[in-house]
Design a protein around this ligand. Structure first.
Ligand code: SIN
Length: 514
């Protein structure tokens, strides 16, 4: 039934910031670790992260201030204790990354340079290579040399009487069974639910589906963050180049074709308002003027090409010179704020199943993630989750069902069309119903190819997202309902779902501390 078998104390799925940080931590704590990744060493969302890492600055900043900004952005749904815990872990995580060889940009004073992004009250975001922070983090982690089985897609987490007991993978050597008491999901997000996204092609919600099918809960999946400024080119679909919020942090302005500000009068922080506010303002202006993009005016930023080399290259490839031209931009899917429910150690409710990074819902992001808090979370929770996973060493791995189950699968194009049209920046009941009906057309299939596995994961995640978005009859954070424009105090809770008797069902609705 399986073409090959192996054993490890810990199996990590995903080779981005959270996965490799966890793998290193588990190894340091004496576990044998195998990391599996369906792509290659740089096919991760981490690789594309531009702006940087939000970490409390040594002067003029405080943990309290970073916590406050995170909770403001999170629109009432952050878990304060989780936010404090993760923000407090930031400095140590950056020291560890620097010890590993990551190099961050320095200012003229020789100190680490810090920029500002939407929702931050101060300049606290450290960056590398100008706008290539993720690439530097990925380089440093890859250079640490953790063993990674590339080209291996996780298909099924097996559980037995002691919790997790194995992972089935599709690899170039056929179907493999890895006996293990600990599986750590670090699979990233779900940008491929939508036609345009900043995410790499592999962002297909794999961890959400693996987690749900293994018995974990998911929460806050209705909160999909649309980045306000993604390079617009006519007909462009798939992974679209990001124009980092740091560009606005350095002074660029959002304008419509008439040259009028998009955010004037919308929020006290103007173009540096939290991301959901800016995306909604752009969406409203596009709707009002009947246009498909607006502009970012970055012409006042001197030395743009040196400060933002990656963005400059993307713009030049599209025939735009940011030094002399307005940059056409539109919102696109960027980040999944919810995910598999974990504590701040990465533990799910299933013994031996952990999650860290974008796939996880720790309570840090609430209804809208604060800019540059994602690499921070991957580093801090990845480290802790690796340690916890290593503690499972020696747990017997018996009694699991190792067959890859049948799953509902909808064709990718139909799924993306349904969500893009009906569940993007602004939603309503009718559109959500149309999308849910489209998803209900999914056929039960054997998921024994990588494509089928991905489409099955997207289908299940779309189902959960639409259920939560339909049930949330209010507007909050990055979930905006045109038919329920107000925020309702009665709905200040996370919506959780799990698979019960083979069906996706709401579990308890969990309130957050006031
Ligand atoms: C950006 O650079 O604007 C994106 C950073 C992030 O998503 O945190």
């Amino acid at each position: 039934m399986h073409d090959w078998e192996a054993s490890a104390d810990v199996v990590v799925i995903g080779g981005g910031v959270a996965g490799l940080t966890a793998a290193r931590a588990a190894t340091r704590h004496g576990a044998s670790v195998l990391t599996v990744s369906k792509g290659g060493p740089t096919d991760t969302a981490t690789q594309y992260a531009q702006g940087g890492i939000a970490v409390v600055a040594p002067t003029g900043d405080s943990v309290e201030s970073h916590v406050y900004d995170t909770m403001e952005a999170g629109a009432g749904l952050c878990d304060e204790a989780a936010v404090e815990s993760i923000v407090e872990g930031g400095r140590r995580a950056i020291e560890a990354l620097t010890d590993l060889g990551a190099v961050f940009d320095l200012g003229r004073d020789g100190q680490v340079s810090r920029t500002r992004e939407g929702g931050h009250s101060t300049r606290r975001i450290i960056h590398a290579g100008g706008d290539a922070t993720g690439a530097e983090v990925q380089r440093a982690l890859n250079a640490a040399g953790m063993p990674v089985l590339f080209g291996a897609a996780a298909a099924h987490v097996a559980t037995g009487p002691n919790g997790v007991c194995g992972l089935v993978v599709l690899s170039t050597k056929g179907i493999g069974l890895i006996h293990t008491p600990a599986v750590l999901l670090a699979t990233g997000g779900s940008g491929q639910l939508f036609a345009c996204s900043t995410n790499p092609p592999g962002a297909t919600a794999d961890g959400i589906a693996l987690g749900l099918r293994a018995g974990a809960e998911v929460a806050d999946l209705e909160f999909v963050q649309f980045h306000p400024t993604v390079l617009f080119t006519p007909g462009g679909v798939g992974r679209r180049p990001l124009i980092s919020e740091a560009v606005r942090g350095e002074g660029a302005k959002l304008v419509d074709p008439n040259g009028d500000s998009i955010t004037k009068g919308v929020h006290p922080r103007g173009d540096l308002a939290p991301r959901d506010v800016v995306s909604k303002a752009i969406h409203a202006r596009m709707h009002m003027l009947g246009i498909d993009h607006v502009y970012l005016d970055a012409r006042s930023i001197s030395g743009f090409a040196q400060r933002f080399p990656t963005i400059t290259a993307s713009c030049l490839a599209a025939g735009i010179d940011p030094q002399t031209d307005l940059i056409p931009v539109a919102p696109a899917a960027h980040y999944q704020c919810g995910g598999v429910v974990t504590d701040v150690q990465g533990q799910t409710r299933v013994p031996g199943l952990l999650a860290a990074g974008e796939v996880a819902r720790t309570g840090l992001h609430g209804a809208n993630r604060l800019a540059s808090n994602s690499l921070l979370e991957g580093l801090v929770v990845g480290e802790r989750a690796g340690l916890v996973a290593a503690g499972r060493k020696g747990t017997p791995t018996t009694g699991g069902d190792y067959a890859i189950p049948l799953a509902p699968v909808l064709n990718r194009q139909a799924l993306q069309d349904a969500l893009t049209l009906n569940a993007s920046v602004v939603r309503d009941a009718l559109g959500l119903e149309v999308a849910a009906k489209a998803i209900a057309q999914a056929e039960l299939l054997q998921t024994n190819t990588e494509e089928a596995l991905e489409d099955a994961a997207l289908t299940l995640t779309a189902q959960a997202l639409l259920a939560a978005a339909t049930a949330r009859t209010e507007s909050r954070g990055c979930h905006t309902r045109s038919d329920y424009p107000e925020t309702s105090d009665d709905q200040r809770f996370s919506r959780r779902y799990a698979i019960e008797d083979g069906q996706l069902e709401p579990t308890q609705a969990v309130g957050v501390r006031a």
